[in-house]
Write a protein that binds this ligand. Sequence first.
Ligand SMILES: [Zn+2]
Length: 167
Amino acid sequence: MSNNKHQLKLVTLPAENLREPSEKVKFPLSRDFQRLLAEMLRICRKSKGVGIAAPQVGVNLQVVIINLEHLKVPPFPLINPKIQKYSAKKLLLEEGCLSVPGKFAKVERAEKVDVVAYDPKGKKLEFKADGFLAHVIQHEVDHINGMLFVDRLSKAERDELTKEFYG
Ligand SMILES: [Zn+2]
């Protein structure tokens, strides 16, 4: 991945790796992993995404990047992220996905979550998120479990949104 020839690409439906669970990341991080993070951020920015998960660039490892630069929050990676707690209260927000281009639907998720993850230095992060950020994190964590936002819709809605990718 050290030059243009080795740039990663955005993966979209019907790529099968999007449906497969990802492996845990081991510390210390390799140089290849640092390049993976850089590629993920590059692709996320280029596609104007608010988040990206490694399977979306074809690598089934447990890492996501949250990119809320439009809200003046510097992008940050979450390595081996887990959601420890979901609030009973739900929130319905419109979602899209870089891997399901051009499709949007309202998805119900927990309004607040407790998250545990690691930063690139291997430091454990524990924090609470709510609202839009909680939605983005739940969406990205779904990716590393092989799940897409369309899987949280009714079958009829999912089929309608994804039929063109399977045609
Ligand atoms: Zn997505």
